[in-house]
Design a protein around this ligand. Structure first.
Ligand code: PLP
Ligand code: COI
Length: 355
């Protein structure tokens, strides 16, 4: 039996609010945080009662295993406010499912669905005024979980924290995205943790991405670790390529995150009668398509970045510019998905969840 939010979660309200200090017209991505956060401890083999408390620093032991062995996972979601000020989530149960898939791979205890969902709803209701309404803005939601248990023994911790923080956010990328096809470094490997949203996956991307930034790119396009012949992801986004009129994305595997935006885009594109192929994409075919003019679009897809068109890709010292199209798949699909997310249209897929 599910416990109701009222019985399940205790709430300690913040005495003051920081909301007046926030410039909601000029929000960056994920850099201001609301007045409250959710915290739930795992001790003695069980999850304790979740608490909503004022947002603030945590006290952790220096020997907490998160610091030494990186047992840490997260999710990325958004809450959207419509013109009637109603609040919606997009496919939140898929995030919960993926969170537990990540947890299992990192030997972290799974979180029950009602803790995740009721925690989210209670926190969003409490900080509802913080959800931005400006076009292109939303409330970025960061559920995360990490090892607080102590010890230098390289084995899973016996204590964990599940938390949720909220960050009213604007766009992830300021302008067009210029990417470099990466053929030296890898973000993931067969049998590894690429399919999990494990914190360390992102730390491992920073150095190769910095090298790409020094060369004038914004992001790296990850290729498979074995041959570097296949395009797999675009930074922290799934990748789509349009050759002639066909939209192509790489199949998910244990190296690739099973993106919720990606699978939604596939369904929307199919409903729009756009030919879609889910198959391996070779670097060679993309370079050839760019050279012969059949490469029409490339874009990244993810919760934070929504759909981010790639303007240029770099490969082995050459830059290839993508054409500027009047009616791109990226703009059509972005409109279709955000119209569903912001309750501007009927949701025939059943993805929207009202808070
Ligand atoms: N790939 C990676 C590595 C990511 O971190 C993300 C972001 O969550 C995505 C893809 C896109 O996934 P989603 O659409 O579920 O946000
Ligand atoms: C998201 O798209 O929500 C992500 O988790 C990407 C993140 C690394 C900003």
């Amino acid at each position: 039996m599910e416990t109701t939010a009222k019985n399940l979660i205790s709430i300690e309200k913040s005495k003051t609010s920081k909301i007046e200090q926030v410039d909601f017209d000029n929000l960056a991505f994920g850099s201001v945080f609301t007045d409250h956060m959710l915290v739930c401890d795992y001790k003695n083999g069980a999850w304790e009662k979740p608490k909503i408390v004022p947002y603030g620093p945590l006290m952790l032991n220096p020997s907490a295993k998160i610091f030494h062995y990186g047992q840490s996972i997260f999710e990325g979601m958004k809450a959207y406010k419509d013109t009637a000020k109603d609040v919606y989530l997009f496919r939140p149960l898929d995030n919960h499912k993926r969170f537990n898939i990540s947890a299992k791979r990192m030997a972290i205890p799974e979180i029950p669905e009602n803790y995740f969902m009721e925690g989210l709803k209670a926190l969003l209701q409490l900080d509802e005024k913080w959800i931005p309404t400006k076009e292109g803005s939303s409330m970025y939601i960061r559920p995360f979980m990490f090892a607080t248990g102590e010890g230098f023994h390289a084995s899973p911790a016996n204590e964990y924290k599940f938390m949720i923080c909220l960050a009213p956010s604007g766009a992830y990328f300021a302008g067009k995205v210029k990417v470099l096809i990466e053929e030296t470094y890898s973000r993931s490997a067969n049998g590894g943790v690429g399919f999990a949203k494990a914190g360390g996956n992102y730390a491992g991307q920073f150095y190769p991405t910095q090298l790409a930034i020094e060369k004038g790119y914004n992001q790296v396009i990850w290729t498979d670790d074995n041959t570097h012949e296949h395009i797999e992801e675009a930074g922290a986004m799934n990748i789509f390529v349009r050759i002639n009129d066909t939209l192509i994305t790489a199949p998910t595997s244990d190296r690739i995150l099973d993106g919720i935006t990606r699978k939604s885009i596939i369904d929307i594109a199919k409903a729009e009668k756009i030919p879609v192929e889910v198959r391996k994409i070779t670097v060679k075919e993309v370079v050839e398509a760019a050279q012969n003019g059949s490469l029409k679009e490339m874009f990244g897809a993810g919760t934070a970045a929504v759909i981010s068109p790639i303007s240029t890709f770099g490969h082995r010292g050459s830059d290839y510019d993508l054409p500027v199209l009047d009616a791109s798949y990226a703009s059509l699909l972005k409109k279709k998905i955000t119209d569903i997310q912001y309750n501007k249209t009927e949701d025939t897929f059943g993805w929207r969840v009202k808070i």
